[in-house]
Design a protein around this ligand. Structure first.
Ligand SMILES: Cc1ncc(COP(=O)(O)O)c(C=O)c1O
Ligand SMILES: Nc1c(O)cccc1C(=O)C[C@H](N)C(=O)O
Length: 413
């Protein structure tokens, strides 16, 4: 039944969820993930994706063969090339990037540090970096540190917290001295999806470079980095690319920019000829110069299983399911949570939303702790947000409803 106020009752929602699962062309992919004993609803794919089925075997095989038997020969038999091969795959599958523009290495934080530093390498003191005040802490802290060391000035953009940053917000905050703009494509709190092509254009019109943090869009949003002329991007692989905790990040650098930039962590793996053991550092060509030390090969294993799945499903189908899941979560919110005074902190505009929604209530810190004991696993972000992260290949509509129902039941009476 749908009530006179337009909301659905629980039975109606359960039927809608069942219908959506029945007609979901990607439904079978749910069985491609390791079962999670005792988990009633996993709603945190935006923080840590689930392991793809067979990840344990993949790692065991790696230990027995590549590492255990081939030993150091494996560097020549694929490990050395893995940062580039995987980067190219991520580029093709989700970034809209041609080969040779993406590399896997380090953590998001370290790659952000390298690319932000490189982007401002020639900027005279007093040049300005523009960053959103609500951007993820690591992005803001890095900009603060680099600006302090280099004598640069920071400008802060304060967009509407639910709609997220727009081209107009950015244009209004740009100055003739702005050299770099650092933004997230999907906001880690609200889930707002920024208009990457339009904002990139606005930044270029002002003569600055743009760096996009893609942590919350890689693997769920089909992007157009090459076609949009994006300069720089960094993202993580442990959220919707299911690489496992601490799996290495990826960096993208526009083709025409690579040879002009010099990142600050000069290690042997970024040098022109790695095994020349040269007396001094000369940066390599292409994406090699953005590496520093030995590639984290073990950390690059698990994500390959997820890339296989996304490739099989097709990125556009993944995005379509992501939208359907967040739309259904909002429908369930309207019926079960809005009447109890819970706020929706995410836009209703599906085109401008990533793959999580955020809801707000003063009780949510305690509610989240309670839910975790019940096997319902969203995450809490201060001051009062619960994020429901819906990973399109591993999350069902029924599971989404179980989560929203559990939040409603845990609210204080
Ligand atoms: C938008 C964003 N940037 C950066 C990070 C973190 O970077 P790192 O993987 O280095 O911890 C996260 C999440 O942890 C994030 O959500
Ligand atoms: N990266 C994380 C970690 O190492 C521990 C706990 C949580 C995380 C996260 O991924 C946080 C996440 N990026 C966020 O959007 O808040």
């Amino acid at each position: 039944m749908t009530a006179t106020d337009g909301t659905d009752d629980l039975d109606a929602l359960a039927r809608i969820a069942a219908d959506l699962d029945d007609s979901d062309p990607l439904a079978a992919f749910v069985d491609e993930f390791e079962p999670a004993d005792g988990v009633v609803s996993y709603l945190d794919g935006n923080s840590l994706g689930r392991p793809v089925r067979g990840t344990g075997e993949r790692i065991a095989d790696f230990v027995a063969n590549d590492w255990g038997t081939r030993l150091i020969r494996s560097w020549d038999e694929g490990w050395m090339e893995l940062p580039y091969a995987l980067g190219d795959r991520i580029g093709r599958i989700t970034l809209g990037a041609a080969p040779g523009r993406t590399v896997v290495a380090d953590s998001t934080t370290v790659l952000l540090y390298k690319l932000i530093s490189a982007a401002v390498q020639d900027a005279p003191a007093g040049s300005r970096i523009l960053i959103e005040r609500g951007n993820f802490p690591t992005d803001r802290f890095l900009v603060e540190g680099i600006a302090a060391h280099r004598g640069l000035v920071i400008d802060w953009v304060d967009p509407d917290p639910i709609a997220g940053v727009t081209g107009d917000d950015v244009t209004a905050a740009l100055t003739p001295d702005t050299v770099l703009v650092v933004l997230s494509n999907v906001d880690y709190r609200s889930g707002a999806l920024a208009d990457l092509p339009a904002i990139t254009r606005a930044v270029h019109d002002a003569g600055a470079l743009i760096l996009w943090d893609l942590c919350h869009s890689a693997g769920v949003v089909p992007m157009t980095l090459d076609a949009s002329g994006v300069d720089l991007a960094v993202g993580c692989t442990y959220k919707y690319l299911n690489g496992g905790p601490g799996s290495p990040a990826f960096a993208y650098v526009r083709a025409g920019l690579q040879e002009r930039l010099e990142q600050p962590i000069w290690g042997w793996m970024g040098a022109a000829d790695v095994f020349a053991m040269a007396p001094e550092y000369r940066p390599g060509t292409g994406m090699r110069r953005f590496l520093s030390g030995t590639p984290p090969v073990v950390g690059m294993l698990a994500m390959q299983g997820m890339l296989d799945l996304i490739e099989r499903a097709g990125m556009d189908a993944v995005r379509a399911k992501s939208i359907a899941l967040t739309e259904f979560a909002i429908r369930a919110y309207d019926a079960l949570l809005a009447p109890a005074g819970v706020e929706l902190l995410t836009t209703r505009d599906s085109e401008h939303r990533g793959s999580h929604i955020t809801i707000g209530h003063p009780s949510f810190r305690e509610v989240t702790a309670q839910l975790w004991t019940e096997g319902v696993v969203p995450d809490f972000r201060a001051p009062q947000g619960i994020r429901l992260g819906l990973s399109p290949l591993s999350t069902t509509f029924a599971e989404t409803l179980r989560g929203v129902t559990a939040v409603a039941a845990a609210l204080p009476r």
